[in-house]
Design a protein around this ligand. Structure first.
Ligand code: ZN
Length: 286
């Protein structure tokens, strides 16, 4: 086992643990945002007895497992959804890390500007993925969505584009951002049109849910280094499931389909790139 192999494993393990911790925070976000409560202040408490939870009760995944899925104080069962969201976010981060091992050499080279740029790019993309997981669960729970997700995804893309300037031509970076905005708006327009053709209502909540997901395919789809593939993925994994499931009893699952679609899209893009052997072409091709 050489040093790069060890770093690869370290990279994947740290990313996964980071995902589990972020997933734990998402549980708070998913519960509090629809209630209009702040996500930065306030203690977590047991839903049954109202007892304030201590540090030992809040260790992601492990607390739930060691306490047997029960509250330490009142022994009321604690829903398994917390551990499911933590594990799911961990899995999303794990797969993202595995499909982005090409960064290892760049990130190791932190003293060079591109190494630091790639590291920031990687972390910000993980945070965007995490925000999509919370948007997915809020839609599952309440069939609601918030424009804040679009603002966050959009701002992240602007920061990422600015970072990309360190290694790419300015004109191509700005053009790419503009193309991604247009493509995601067109994607949402087609979803709205399909929904209408199928005689279903397409509301503002649907638009604010679809925009960040469509934008992820359009902007972050650079992984595939093949734009056609990103567009096909967007049609198959976002536009079709969202417009077909709209108005049915399975509507609440449509955001889960789009989120799993993004993960699948990354994994398939990775395999395709592996097969065509151009994975190591460029540091900043997503
Ligand atoms: Zn309790």
């Amino acid at each position: 086992m050489n040093i790069f192999m060890i770093f690869n494993i370290f990279f994947v393990v740290v990313s996964t643990l980071f995902g589990i911790v972020i997933g734990s925070f998402l549980n708070v976000v998913i519960y509090r945002i629809p209630e209009g409560r702040t996500i930065v202040k306030g203690h977590s408490m047991c839903m049954s007895c109202g007892h304030e939870l201590g540090a030992l009760d809040l260790v992601p995944v492990f607390s739930w497992l060691f306490l047997g899925g029960k509250c330490r104080y009142c022994k009321a069962p604690v829903s398994s959804r917390y551990i499911k969201i933590e594990s799911f976010t961990g899995l999303v981060f794990l797969l993202y890390a595995v499909t982005h091992l090409k960064y290892q050499l760049d990130i190791l080279d932190l003293y060079k500007i591109p190494g630091l740029v790639v590291f920031c790019y990687y972390c910000i993309t993980l945070l965007v993925l995490a925000s999509l997981v919370s948007a997915m669960m809020i839609y599952y729970d309440k069939q609601r969505s918030y424009y804040g997700y679009s603002v966050f995804t959009g701002c992240a893309a602007v920061v990422l584009s600015a970072l990309t300037l360190a290694v790419e031509k300015p004109s191509s970076v700005a053009a790419y951002l503009l193309i991604a905005v247009s493509v995601s708006l067109i994607g949402c327009g087609i979803t709205a049109l399909f929904s209408r053709i199928l005689r279903k209502k397409y509301t503002a909540a649907d638009f604010w849910l679809d925009i960040p997901f469509a934008f992820f395919y359009a902007y972050y789809g650079r992984l595939s280094s093949n734009y056609d593939y990103a567009i096909i993925a967007m049609i198959l994994l976002l536009i079709l499931p969202r417009s077909i499931l709209k108005g049915t009893k399975f509507d609440k699952y449509s955001a889960i389909v789009s989120m799993c679609g993004i993960v699948l899209f990354n994994v398939i893009g990775f395999i395709l790139n592996r097969l065509s052997d151009n994975l190591f072409c460029s540091a900043l091709v997503f």
